[in-house]
Design a protein around this ligand. Structure first.
Ligand code: E4P
Length: 301
């Protein structure tokens, strides 16, 4: 599995690349905004991106900012021409750049198709369903980025859970527990119906609401979203690579690796979390405390 760093912070990229565990980088306008704000705007964007590209031993995703296919295509060509001499540029295209559900619905697919023909690699972003991933692959995407963490957020939001109040952004979403709770709720509602018939139960609104709780149209978590995309791609032998994105914690990384996802893109703090374990730290303390002078002297002579 390849590991990309999901950041536009030069220092993080420099450090992680020096450790030899990073195969690429993904950026987006929000990550670039953070990097610019941290430097109080005193940053030449072009030079900064060139620096990132020079440091990374693999693909660096840069996102377009328009919503119309023709504009996204011309931005993609500009980014590709400007930065390709410095590294491996991949262009991020939103799967559906609509902001109202009506306009620009098909522009993402149009841009992916044309960029494929122009030989410019794409990473299709903001993927929230396997259906979107299927269309992206058919249009010729090189990579798709399903947003695992945001799907987990969405499922929790639908249940009335609020980020920060009920759960932290980096918390693992225990969808197996959620499934058990949802099944139990459904069982109790069905039990409360004295007069049970299959037809009556199937059209009962309270029962239907309970059956629809804890998942997004059959997607039970961000990990489940990636699992379903991988199954579809394997069924039809699509060569589009899957980047598990919007990753929030180390356990998600493990579950993505168990699925056999091609790539995970992680924030810097997840890299640290992947290394830490209480017993490893405790074990280090014991080893250091047990060093005898005779053994220490080997290194001093
Ligand atoms: C990566 O390609 C995405 O832009 C990123 O993972 C989004 O992560 P977030 O949901 O934590 O903002």
């Amino acid at each position: 599995m390849e590991i990309f760093l999901d950041t536009a912070e030069l220092e993080e990229i420099k450090f992680a690349s020096s450790l030899g565990v990073i195969d690429g980088v993904t950026t987006n306008p929000s990550l670039i905004k953070k990097a610019v704000e941290r430097r109080r705007g005193e940053i030449s964007m072009v030079d900064y991106i060139k620096e990132i590209l020079k440091l990374v031993p693999g693909p660096v995703s840069l996102e377009v900012i328009s919503v119309k296919a023709e504009d996204m295509i011309s931005e993609a060509k500009k980014l590709y021409k400007l930065f390709s001499p410095y590294g491996e540029v991949v262009i991020k295209i939103p799967i559906c750049p609509s902001t109202d559900g009506e306009s620009n619905v098909y522009d993402g697919l149009g841009a992916i198709r044309e960029l494929k023909e122009a030989g410019i690699p794409t990473n299709v972003t903001l993927v929230m369903t396997p259906e979107q991933a299927l269309l992206a692959a058919k249009a010729g995407a090189d990579y798709v980025s399903p947003f695992a963490g945001r799907i987990d957020d969405y499922i929790r939001d639908q249940l009335g859970m609020k980020m920060d109040a009920d759960y932290g952004k980096a918390d693992y979403f225990d969808f197996e527990l959620m499934r058990k709770l949802a099944d139990e709720q459904l069982r109790r509602i069905i039990e409360s119906r004295g007069d049970f018939s299959l037809r009556g139960a199937y059209i009962d609104e309270e029962i239907r609401d309970a059956a629809n709780a804890g998942h997004d149209n059959g997607i039970y978590s961000g990990v489940d979203l990636v699992k379903k995309i991988l199954a579809i791609y394997r069924n039809y032998k699509y060569s589009t690579k899957v980047i598990a994105a919007s990753m929030r914690n180390a356990r998600q990384v493990r579950e993505m690796a168990e699925l056999g996802v091609d790539i995970v893109t992680i924030p810097f703090y997840v890299l640290k979390e992947m290394l830490l374990h209480y017993k490893t730290i405790e074990g280090m303390r014991f080893f250091i405390a047990d060093v005898v002078p005779q053994y220490k002297r080997i290194f001093e002579e």
